[in-house]
Design a protein around this ligand. Structure first.
Ligand code: LHQ
Length: 259
C-alpha cells in the first residue's frame, strides 16, 4: 500500500491505493509509519518525499472501512487518531530531516492535513485541498486545527473547515499554505530534484532549523533566542559547517555529510 524507494539519499514513499484515491486503511497507515520510522533510523536517508499514485494524493480515512448501515456500534475515533494518525504526524514533525510532499491530485480530510504537516509542499496545479471533515460531521484532525490556524489565521481556517470548499493548489500557494503550485507534468521532477538537493545539503543544520521553526509556535522570543544559541552551538561544531566554510574559501562546491 506504500511504495518505498531509496535513491540518492531520498526515501520516496508513494501512497498506493489508487482505486480508493489512496485513502487510509490500517495497512496503509502502518506502511507509511514504517517508512517514516525508517527515515529516522537509517543514516543514509537524508530527505523524504511523500506522494501518491494515480490521480489523487490521499482522500483521508477510507470511509468504506466502516458502514453504519450495517448496524455496527459507533467506532471510537479518538482511538483511531491515537493509534493511527497521531503517531505518524508526530514522526513527521520529529524527523530531523526534510520531508517534501508532492501533492499530485486531490488531498481530502486527513490526507490534506498530512500534506500540510510536511516541511516543503509542492502541489500539481490540478490538485485541490478539501477539509472534508465537516461534510460527515467530524472535526479537522491530523493536526489541521493547529496547522491551518497558525498558517492561515482564524478567519480562513474556520471558513475552509466549516464550508469544506475545495482550495486550488494556486490559492493554497498564494495563501502560504504550501510552498509552490507547479505544472502537473513537472510536479514529480521538481519535488524530487528539491529532495535530492536537500539530501546533498547540510542536513544536520536543516534538521535543527526544522525543530527551531516548529518550536516557535509555542515559544516567546526570549525562549527562541535561547534555542537558537544552543542550536547554533551544535551547528558550529558540525563537520558540515567546517566543510561549508572550507569549500567557500576554496571556491568549490561543498560536500556535506549530514553531520
Ligand atoms: C473513497 C474515499 C474515501 C473510501 C474516495 N474512502 N473510498 C476519519 C474517520 C476516522 C478517524 C479519524 O479521522 C478521519 C479523518 C478523515 O480523513 S475524515 C475525511 C474522509 N474523507 C472524505 O470525506 C473524502 C471522501 N471523498 C470525497 O469526497 C471524494 O472522493 C473526493 C472529493 C476526495 C474526490 O472526488 P472525485 O474526484 O469525484 O472522486 P470519487 O469520489 O469518484 O472517488 C473515486 C473513488 O475513490 C470512488 O470509488 P468508486 O468505486 O466509486 O470508483 C470513491 O468511493 C473512492 N473514494 N474517497 N475517503
Amino acid at each position: 500500500t506504500v511504495l518505498v524507494e531509496l535513491a540518492d539519499g531520498v526515501l520516496s514513499l508513494t501512497l498506493n491505493r489508487p482505486e480508493k484515491l489512496n485513502s487510509f486503511n490500517e495497512e496503509m497507515h502502518m506502511a507509511l509509519r514504517a517508512g517514516i520510522q525508517r527515515a529516522h533510523d537509517d543514516v543514509t536517508v537524508r530527505a523524504v518525499l511523500i506522494t501518491g499514485s494515480g490521480r489523487g494524493f490521499c482522500a483521508g480515512q477510507d470511509l468504506g472501512d466502516r458502514d453504519p448501515r450495517k448496524g455496527t456500534p459507533a467506532p471510537d475515533l479518538g482511538n483511531t487518531l491515537e493509534t493511527f494518525y497521531n503517531p505518524t504526524l508526530r514522526l513527521i514533525r520529529a524527523l530531523n530531516k526534510p520531508v517534501i510532499c508532492a501533492v499530485n491530485g486531490v488531498a481530502a480530510g486527513a490526507g490534506a492535513n498530512i500534506a500540510i504537516a510536511c516541511d516543503i509542499v509542492f502541489a500539481a496545479k490540478s490538485a485541490r485541498f478539501i477539509q472534508a471533515f465537516s461534510k460527515i460531521g467530524l472535526i479537522p484532525d491530523a493536526g489541521g486545527t493547529f496547522n491551518l490556524t497558525r498558517i492561515l489565521g482564524e478567519p480562513r481556517a474556520k471558513a475552509l473547515t466549516m464550508l469544506a470548499e475545495p482550495l486550488s493548489a494556486e490559492d493554497a500557494a498564494s495563501w502560504g499554505l504550501i510552498w509552490k503550485a507547479v505544472d502537473d507534468e513537472t510536479l514529480l521532477d521538481e519535488a524530487l530534484a528539491t529532495a535530492r538537493k536537500l539530501a546533498k545539503g547540510a542536513t544536520f543544520g536543516l534538521g535543527l532549523t526544522k525543530q527551531l521553526i516548529q518550536a516557535s509556535a509555542t515559544n516567546s522570543l526570549d525562549q527562541q533566542l535561547d534555542l537558537e544559541r544552543d542550536a547554533q552551538q551544535k551547528a558550529g561544531k558540525s563537520a558540515d559547517y567546517a566543510e561549508g566554510v572550507t569549500a567557500f574559501l576554496e571556491k568549490r562546491a561543498a560536500e556535506f555529510k549530514g553531520k
